[in-house]
Design a protein around this ligand. Structure first.
Ligand SMILES: Cc1cc2nc3c(=O)[nH]c(=O)nc-3n(C[C@H](O)[C@H](O)[C@H](O)COP(=O)(O)OP(=O)(O)OC[C@H]3O[C@@H](n4cnc5c(N)ncnc54)[C@H](O)[C@@H]3O)c2cc1C
Length: 338
């Protein structure tokens, strides 16, 4: 196994934070992972698994081993009458996998087209977009426990999936390497168009509602709306949308009638964090090279040479101002590597 030393991570995180790591390697198979686990570089240092780097914020140089997961492969495990079960390598690019599934007549993932990153990271924060979450299609997650060095398989119900959350951000944080994710996808169209924007986009394209047209609509909307990390460093939404009690929401709504919220249960409402941040006047703000995107208040950006500390300090100012104005706590969605 080849280990590189002292390499820059700038191109390996979409925020474009210019930090280094002490050791770096890529693994393309479970066999290679075993040889990494048995190496001196692994056993004498802290270690971190990195995939597409689209949901990490490095605060400083990483004084350990970064392992980039490039385990590929898509395998059909079982054909059922209504669905197909697939085993997919963690290193497969997420968007390419979504396109592949659609091309193969499978439905379910189309609303999550164009989310950056890899398949193996999708369970981490239970990625989601346009009314759909990946947890609804995950059968199980396979990997290696980095402490015990043993293989594991967790069923969906054992992953503690919640909104942008899972066991991998808590009990198993930085303790496992996910090697494969098993998905069950539908053979008939699911056609989830409960987000009005998707319906409108399909109408303007003059297409019938289908798995393909939903995917096309999502790609169009996202391309228009979200800043491209290749142009300006970012990790998409920096904060999660806070979930508050509906009674609190109604109280706030009396004072701010325009507040944007969606009922998520009988007693809880999810508030649009972007709206809260925008109301505090942050859109387009810039301090040095750390800033808030000019069109998307939820997206923090690196204009060039911002450090992780500068981004985090800006995020804390934003949290404080939202708390002061609305009495609502907002929390980062990003994985902070300190
Ligand atoms: C422009 C933009 C738009 C985005 N839009 C969305 C969106 O709509 N919805 C959404 O949910 N997210 C969105 N994101 C966030 C991001 O794309 C997802 O969180 C994605 O799943 C991260 O994948 P990654 O491969 O880049 O993970 P990385 O950033 O490489 O890693 C994320 C975390 O997972 C850990 N990790 C990665 N791979 C493994 C593995 N194989 N085993 C164990 N741990 C691992 C890392 O240590 C890290 O803590 C967006 C990001 C950007 C830049």
């Amino acid at each position: 196994m080849d280990f590189e030393k002292n390499i820059s991570l700038r191109k390996l995180n979409t925020f474009g934070i210019n930090v280094k790591c002490k050791f770096y390697c890529k693994v393309q198979s479970e066999k290679e992972m075993v040889s990494v686990i048995n190496s001196e570089e692994y056993n004498n240092n802290s270690h971190l698994i990195l995939s597409g780097g689209s949901n990490v914020l490095f605060l400083k140089d990483y004084e350990g081993l970064i392992i980039q997961n490039e385990i590929k492969g898509k395998q059909i495990i079982e054909e059922k009458s209504e669905s197909t079960i697939l085993r997919v390598g963690a290193g497969e690019n997420w968007h390419q996998f979504v396109l592949w599934s659609i091309k193969n007549g499978l439905s379910g993932l189309e609303n999550m087209a164009l989310i950056p990153g890899n398949v193996g990271s999708s369970p981490m924060q239970n990625i989601g977009a346009y009314g759909v979450e990946v947890k609804d299609f995950i059968v199980s997650v396979e990997g290696v426990n980095l402490d015990t060095k043993e293989a594991f398989i967790l069923k969906n119900s054992e992953c503690n999936f919640e909104y942008r959350d899972s066991i991998f951000k808590h009990e198993l944080k930085e303790k496992v390497m996910i090697t494969h994710v098993n998905f069950e996808l539908s053979k008939s169209p699911i056609n989830n168009t409960k987000y009005g924007a998707i319906k409108e986009e399909i109408r303007s394209l003059g297409l019938p509602v289908s798995t393909e047209s939903i995917c096309k609509a999502v790609i169009n909307i996202r391309t228009r709306k979200l800043p491209n990390p290749e142009v300006i460093g970012n990790i998409g939404s920096f904060f999660k949308n806070p979930v508050i009690s509906t009674s609190e929401f109604l109280k706030t709504q009396k004072q701010y009638s325009e507040i944007v919220g969606y009922k998520v249960s009988e007693t809880e409402t999810k508030v649009a964090a972007g709206w809260l941040i925008d109301q505090c006047g942050w859109k387009g703000y810039r301090k040095g090279d750390a800033g808030v995107h000019k069109n998307q208040a939820l997206v923090l950006v690196n204009h060039g040479n911002a450090t992780g500390e500068e981004i985090i300090s800006l995020s804390k100012e934003i949290q404080r101002s939202v708390k002061n104005k609305f009495e609502i706590d907002i929390h980062p969605e990003v994985n902070i590597i300190g």
